[in-house]
Design a protein around this ligand. Structure first.
Ligand code: CA
Length: 245
């Protein structure tokens, strides 16, 4: 059972399985053919055809990477980009720029884009850029120890620690806590937890997530942490620091 988890982590790096990409592009033909290419390459794909819908979808915070066009109806790519960064969406964002618009590239990077690719682009190059950005992001999240408030997650030894106490976690508990900690104070949706911890094709349900969250809450209490997992009804969970335990 748990072995599957290790395989999946490897798959993420090599094949892009379970990674979810949002395409924000108003040229319908281009957006749809991009989506088709990415799906063929085992990515999960969502598409938005204007800047407002794009921002809305991105704020759900379930994507691993965004492909963002510059010229968009309702609000342009730069507005989407800066709105997302201001709302603490830190996933890689690749701008799709018109060829030779050097200013666009500079502006995009200034606003917090991770990379840009000029249209018309070569499919293989685009796929390579996507893989490179996902890998960089993954490595960044692959720290051995994570911190939030008064807790520390030691991923190598599956230990949840505070300065008062420590307790061993199961692999699933550790993966869930890792996701919550990597999202910091933004909400982690139940859907994301299911996709990332159980895998997209698993038949696990939200009940599984709830059960594991309750295990984690007990363990947080055990280590006398002031960090709590807050439920946002119908949405998901986030970590908060509370005064009384
Ligand atoms: Ca456009």
């Amino acid at each position: 059972m748990e072995f599957k988890v290790f395989l999946r982590k490897n798959d993420i790096l090599t094949m892009g399985i379970y990674m979810r990409i949002l395409i924000i592009e108003d040229e319908k033909k281009l957006a749809d053919s991009l989506a088709q290419i990415l799906r063929k390459n085992n990515y999960l794909v969502d598409v938005a055809y204007d800047g407002l819908d794009g921002e809305d979808q991105a704020l759900a915070n379930i994507h691993d990477l965004i492909l963002l066009d510059v010229m968009l109806p309702k609000q342009d790519g730069f507005q989407v980009l800066s709105a997302l960064r201001m709302q603490d969406i830190q996933i890689p964002i690749l701008m799709l720029t018109a060829k030779d618009h050097v200013q666009d590239k500079i502006r995009g990077l200034d606003y917090g884009a991770d990379d840009y690719i000029a249209k018309p682009f070569d499919t293989q190059e685009l796929l390579a850029r996507i893989r490179a950005n996902l890998r960089r992001r993954h490595v960044m999240l692959e720290e051995d120890e994570l911190y939030f408030g008064d807790i520390q997650l030691d991923k190598t030894n599956l230990l949840l620690k505070t300065k008062w106490n420590q307790i061993t976690l199961t692999l699933k508990e550790a993966e869930i806590l890792e996701l919550l900690m990597s999202q910091q104070t933004t909400v982690t949706t139940k859907e994301l937890l299911l996709d990332k911890v159980w895998g997209y094709e698993s038949d696990a349900s939200f009940n599984h997530v709830e059960v594991y969250i309750s295990f984690l809450r007990k363990k947080l209490k055990y280590v006398q942490s002031h960090t709590a997992i807050q439920t946002l009804r119908g949405v998901g969970y986030k970590l908060v620091e509370v005064q009384d335990v």
